[in-house]
Write a protein that binds this ligand. Structure first.
Ligand code: OXD
Ligand code: MN
Length: 585
């Protein structure tokens, strides 16, 4: 399949290590993928769903101990420990290679080794990068075929001398005690063993596009971020693009596919990406972004026509569902889907389920893997080789009291500070105490492939290199009143805030200067058709100094916890001191 000597040498080594019975190159053809689907159905790895109602759709169930990413078993192995930094697990590369090679030894014996050449980013794009993933799982092959560009066309771009990220995956025994998701940024290598769950094994996504990507971005002068990308079109047909980062459970995929409210006739939201943004300096000196992925690996529960009709439509064909419930008519179900709860189904563990059992039919982290091109609101620029120009970067979090509905940073460094302090209060959806503030800088806490202080420094440095900088904003859809009710309706109505953000970028609207940054005047948020009291909107757009002085204290604690090696940029401390001074004035 290739004359690339680097690929051949690596494959020779890997074949010796893994000892597969057979080697199959994934060429990207529909015929080959169809053959693999048939094999997976025959072994029970996939269940073919009702092909009249869900054409091209399949269900997969993982082991019950293998249902999510495993941050405590994820490592960044750099020669020097301080290069991985205090936010990552670290082990010396030689020690980790030794440990892993023992685990992988002959682990493909009696099995087929699938070789998947894949590309992150559109074909022919200067943003794009190539990986080759070796796996013993057809599920991985079929998911990679949706989430990335694969096959011969990628090898053609790689050529005889191109570089690639070496990605090795083995399901092995799916033993959680020997599960490792390991990155060697200095060697362009990713190794994953003892898992068969999406986020741990689709190595193009979090492992390559974020962890290795962020490291390469720091070295090469670009940015790999955990951000959606959307285009907002106004009635005149002008489209402005924004990127947005949110911690989990803040509705990122919903925002990426938002349906505008009736009060905004002629407005449209176009999805470029729902999870990852690679950003580079473009020909105009601004920041341009591509979505390196080709599909959506979305959380199923809670997805309905009300919360995200576009996501639901995207999953109606050619989709792989993981750990959702199987209905008697061969369709799928999850908690929060439209319509009646089924009176009977097979739950995500493969057991008979009825509503009176009080258990969840679908795993809370059950997923759909769906081709982005099927999304009804996919952007015409989704495959644009040069990406889209970014007008604004939005950070967000789930804060009951602290953050106003929306505010704008004074400048890039202030925006970087806001991103570095991003936080969410934990919800009942996750294990652990409810309402605890978890800091998640730029929503990248588990995904920064190097030292967090150097990562912040890279943000500051990019500010000096991009001549046409995007404006930076913070939003909070989750403010609650004293009775515990949400004060803002959220979902499609978030467009009202996006519209203000774009107007600010265009210089079309004023803002009031506050201790936190520039806040909207209430009159500038279009609330036509919304049942919201003027006092509520005023409160959503106010700053509670007492809450914020406490927030300053919490930010200091957070910085002290993770700036253990003095690598946080001085600019962030200057911003923190300036915020405190403004609040004390
Ligand atoms: C994801 C995540 O799956 O951020 O996108 O965990
Ligand atoms: Mn994500």
């Amino acid at each position: 399949m290739t004359n690339n000597a680097k690929v051949k040498a690596w494959l020779d080594d890997m074949v010796k290590l893994l000892a597969p019975e057979k080697i199959v190159w994934i060429d990207g053809s529909e015929a080959q993928l169809e053959e693999l689907r048939a094999i997976a159905v025959s072994t029970g790895e996939l269940i073919k769903l009702n092909q009249e109602k869900l054409p091209g759709c399949y269900l997969h169930r993982t082991a019950q101990n293998d249902v999510a990413r495993v941050e405590d078993r994820t490592f960044i192995c750099t020669t020097k420990k301080e290069d991985a930094g205090p936010m990552n697990n670290w082990m010396a590369p030689s020690e980790m290679y030794d440990k892993l090679y023992k685990l992988y030894d002959k682990s493909y014996a009696g099995k087929t080794m699938y070789v998947i050449p894949y590309m992150m980013g559109p074909l022919g794009s200067p943003f794009s990068k190539i990986g080759i993933e070796l796996t013993d799982s057809i599920y991985v092959v079929l998911n990679m075929a949706i989430m990335t560009r694969i096959g011969e066309k990628v090898l053609a771009e790689l050529g005889d001398d191109g570089d690639f990220v070496k990605c090795l995956h083995a399901c092995k025994d799916v033993n959680p005690d020997e599960r490792y998701i390991v990155h060697f940024p200095e060697d362009n290598t990713i190794m994953s063993v003892n898992s068969a769950y999406g986020g741990n094994v689709l190595l193009g996504k979090k492992c390559f596009a974020l962890r290795i990507g962020s490291y390469l971005g720091m070295k090469e002068g670009w940015m790999a971020e955990h951000m959606l990308i959307l285009g907002l079109e106004n009635p005149q047909g002008e489209v402005k693009y924004v990127c947005a980062a949110f911690p989990s459970a803040c509705g990122k995929t919903n925002l990426a596919m938002l349906i505008p409210p009736e009060a905004f006739p002629g407005y449209k939201v176009w999805t470029v990406g729902d999870d990852i943004s690679w950003m580079k300096i473009g020909p105009d000196g601004g920041l341009w972004a591509v979505n390196p992925e080709a599909g959506f690996f979305g959380v199923a529960p809670g997805t309905s026509t009300k919360t995200n009709k576009n996501a639901l439509m995207t999953t109606m064909s050619n989709t792989i569902f993981t750990n959702v419930a199987l209905c008697d008519d061969g369709t799928v179900w999850w908690e929060g889907m439209d319509g009646d709860v089924p009176s009977h189904c097979i739950d995500w563990t493969g057991k008979e389920w009825t509503p009176d059992m009080g258990t969840k039919a679908a795993h809370p982290n059950s997923r759909f893997t769906a081709p982005a091109a099927q999304c009804p609101c996919i952007s015409s620029e989704f495959e644009a080789a040069g990406g889209v120009p970014i007008s604004a970067i939005i950070f967000g979090g789930r804060r009951e009291k602290a953050a106003p509905l929306c505010y704008e940073a004074f400048d890039w460094n202030h925006g970087t500070f806001i991103g570095s302090t991003m936080a969410s209060e934990t919800t009942a959806a996750a294990a652990g105490a409810v309402g605890v503030v978890r800091r998640d800088p730029m929503a990248m806490r588990p995904f920064i492939g190097y030292n967090v202080g150097d990562y912040f420094q890279h943000w500051i440095d990019m500010g000096g290199k991009v001549s046409k900088l995007p404006k930076i904003f913070h939003v909070n859809w989750f403010r609650k009143d004293d009775e515990g009710h949400f004060m803002w309706p959220g979902f499609g109505d978030n467009l009202r805030v996006l519209n203000w953000i774009v107007d600010r970028c265009e210089g079309k609207v004023d803002a009031k200067e506050t201790e936190l940054g520039y806040l909207p005047y209430a009159k500038d948020i279009n609330v036509e058709g919304l049942d919201i009291a003027p006092e509520t909107l005023e409160e959503l757009l106010s700053v509670d100094k007492e809450v914020w002085l406490n927030e300053v204290k919490l930010i200091k604690e957070f910085y002290a916890q993770f700036d253990t090696d003095g690598r946080f940029p001085k600019e962030l401390y200057d911003q923190l001191a300036a915020l405190e001074a403004r609040l004390n004035k």
